[in-house]
Design a protein around this ligand. Structure first.
Ligand SMILES: Nc1ncnc2c1ncn2[C@@H]1O[C@H](COP(=O)(O)OP(=O)(O)O)[C@@H](O)[C@H]1O
Ligand SMILES: [Mg+2]
Length: 368
């Protein structure tokens, strides 16, 4: 980079049930970045998917309405700017993008594909890492193949369920025992998740999960402590401290995450040094197995009486406010929030440089 400020476009909001969470994360980030180093370009994506330059976001200005200029991403990598106003009269120059979006159309590889097309450096994992981590069934299948311990599960599709519900129930019960966690395969923030204790409640739980996704997953419920570990890096990632979540509700559901906020975060988690190391090693291994880049928070179940550590899931764009687990686990070992953002941006440039090494043209002999 030259001597000027880095133009960092933060994408936030988005077409997802986690829209509001993303706005909160973005606001925290804006407050924390060094204004001497970065020029932040706040790009707000509405729930229906329109992109706006939210002028005054940092100073508490009102959310964009129709009087604001809508922007469209330009996928032509040779274009003069990545963002252009819908009418073409304005352009926004961007050096790097921070897709601070959670859930579908943000953390699932879709926006990453767009950024790849445009040739813009961006923070975090690419298409494969994001989509693999987002799909709870695929993620577990790959982890199991690589020897990473996970809960038992069965994946289901909506059409088969609608055509033959009784058979599906049979399949579920032969694979996992109650309590069963029924979840949409591709979502987050505990949306659409039900803890099911008996057969009668399976149907309504599946109906709910299938509202959000055509694929659902039923998992063996485990009675374990919930541990989390933050990972940072590209091909040689490092693990931070291990933290523990102590939900006061039956499980860490949407209410506990964002409404009551009475879940306790214990950092460092009170576990033995051996368990801490096992969690950190599994966190790094899971990151690599998913082909992640930049950052991921890896979530675990720890069944203490049997001394079993299971990976629950990977989040490629974890909650990112200063009081969120991801940054706090770095802070606990001496990397503060604004330094963390600096590292993530540096990793984004490193990643983009590496991609540029890939040869695109192969044969000049074949004419088109
Ligand atoms: N198999 C399971 N056994 C026990 N608790 C679970 C299980 N799956 C999920 N939970 C509980 O539900 C919460 C949300 O599930 P999770 O798979 O992490 O979904 P999300 O992607 O929405 O965060 C977990 O943090 C945990 O409290
Ligand atoms: Mg989770």
């Amino acid at each position: 980079m030259g001597k000027g400020k880095i133009r960092l476009a933060v994408l936030f909001g988005g077409r997802s049930g986690e829209h509001e969470i993303s706005v909160i994360s973005a606001r925290s980030m804006l407050d924390a970045v060094d204004p001497a180093r970065y020029e932040i370009i706040p790009i707000y994506i509405t729930s229906d998917g329109r992109w706006f330059y939210w002028e005054g976001f940092a100073t508490g200005g009102p959310p964009p309405d129709d009087t604001f200029t809508a922007y469209v991403p330009v996928t032509d990598p040779t274009a003069s700017a990545f963002l252009r106003s819908a009418g073409g009269e304005h352009e926004l120059q961007v050096d790097v993008v921070f897709p601070l979006l959670h859930g579908p159309y943000g953390e699932d590889g879709t926006v990453q594909g767009l950024l790849e097309m445009a040739g813009v450096p961006y923070v975090g994992s690419g298409v494969l890492g994001c989509s693999l981590a987002m799909d709870k069934a695929m993620s577990k299948t790959v982890m199991r193949a690589e020897g990473i311990p996970t809960v038992d599960f069965v994946a289901l599709d909506r059409e088969t369920y609608e055509n033959d519900g009784a058979k599906i129930v049979e399949r579920i019960e032969s694979a996992v025992g109650y309590p069963i966690f029924v979840k949409p395969a591709n979502l987050g923030s505990s949306i659409g998740i039900t803890k099911v204790h008996k057969r009668d409640d399976l149907g309504p739980a599946l109906d709910d999960a299938f509202k959000y996704d055509s694929k659902a997953i039923c998992e063996q419920g485990v009675a374990g402590r919930e541990l989390e570990c933050s990972v940072l890096g590209n091909l040689e990632p490092e693990a931070a401290e291990v933290g523990e979540l102590r939900p006061t509700r039956e499980f860490y559901d949407y209410e506990a995450k964002y409404v009551t906020e009475d879940t306790e975060l214990v950092i460092p988690a009170p576990i033995t040094p051996e368990t801490r190391e096992r969690v950190r090693e599994l966190a790094v291994k899971s990151f690599l197995v998913h082909d992640c880049r930049g950052l991921a928070r890896v979530d675990f179940f720890y069944v203490e009486d049997k001394d079993i550590v299971l990976v629950n899931e990977l989040n490629t764009m974890p909650g990112f406010t200063p009081i969120s687990m991801y940054p706090k686990l770095w802070d606990a070992i001496g990397l503060n929030y604004s330094e963390l953002i600096g590292k993530l941006v540096a990793l984004a440039f490193e990643n983009s440089e590496d991609r540029k090494r890939n040869q695109i043209k192969y044969s000049a002999a074949v004419r088109i």
